[in-house]
Design a protein around this ligand. Sequence first.
Ligand SMILES: NC(=O)c1ccc[n+]([C@@H]2O[C@H](COP(=O)([O-])OP(=O)(O)OC[C@H]3O[C@@H](n4cnc5c(N)ncnc54)[C@H](OP(=O)(O)O)[C@@H]3O)[C@@H](O)[C@H]2O)c1
Length: 332
Amino acid sequence: MTIATQEAPSDRVIRWGIVGTGRIARRFAQALAHVPQARLGALWSRRAEPAQAFADEFGGEVCESFDSLLASGIDALYIATVQDSHADYAIAALQGGLHVLCEKPATINRPQLERVLDAARAAQRLFMEAMKPPFYPLYTKLREHLAADPIGDVGLVRAGCSVPGVPDDHPSLSFEHAGGALLDIGIYEMFLAVDWLGAPHEVQTLGRLGSTGVDTFASLNSRHERGIAQLFCGLDLHGKGDALLMAKGGHVTIHEPWWNPSRATIRYADGRVVELDEPFTGGGLNYETAHFCELIRAGQLESPVMPHAKSLQMIAMADAARAALGLRFAGE
Ligand SMILES: NC(=O)c1ccc[n+]([C@@H]2O[C@H](COP(=O)([O-])OP(=O)(O)OC[C@H]3O[C@@H](n4cnc5c(N)ncnc54)[C@H](OP(=O)(O)O)[C@@H]3O)[C@@H](O)[C@H]2O)c1
């Protein structure tokens, strides 16, 4: 009797590599344990010691160089370095035949992102910005609920997050690494705006730069295909962190922290109130990672949930906001 040992495509184990072994890489590795049929294969970071400590804790082979990571037999690369390096790593990995899940912001400006997407198309590989909120159970449930019991077209999105007390040497405040509130935090709010309102047509920005030269607070009003957004992001004030979606037939509050959502309240114009309570497990990065693995198995080159067009629209908003604040990074 012959026993078939070949994996069905739907069961294929996805072998992951990680570049950068800092804070978010740890959360990714913890989340990976909650993703079916996925495992950490290899990793590389500039400094050998933290990379080895990471491998001791989470497994995976420590590679001697980025090139050896690309050649280590992995299927997909998770880019967890600071954002000024995302584009170069993404392009090299795509050209090396890997699928790429890249931390937010995917790149620091739109021209860089266009180069990455060109590389993905040329290599016929999957590329997705790791924008976690739409993959959380609460967000999925909210979309389903509003499809079944609508409030009408959302015409206003109001969202913000401001986190003070970041140490001066944190990458969020680094000019060299293209930090700042807009790219670190605001990119989530820009996602929410384009996800519910469509492409941006106009962005008005007020804000301030801090002592390291990056923006420490920004307030945006943006006009989109289907409505208006009021957004803020900051590194110097303590912000509330919930989100509001308004339509003719009611409004939704996604409770704080809306970017790691677990609760929402829908208030209908007829007086009904619906509470959604959808806790998440695994730390939250597992949902986007599971989705990415499914796309690889299905041979897809783009996510329908987080398509390239949304990443382009988000970074175009960030570019416009930075231009208004007079903030240019090296090479811009
Ligand atoms: N999705 C989320 O929830 C979330 C949350 C936080 C951050 N992020 C994003 O994740 C990224 C990393 O943030 P983090 O908080 O993890 O930062 P972090 O803790 O400072 O870690 C950054 C890592 O990148 C490495 N690195 C820095 N510059 C590099 C370069 N030029 N080449 C190779 N490696 C380099 C560092 O290595 P060394 O040790 O050698 O310096 C370190 O391992 C950022 O883009 C950030 O926006 C996402």
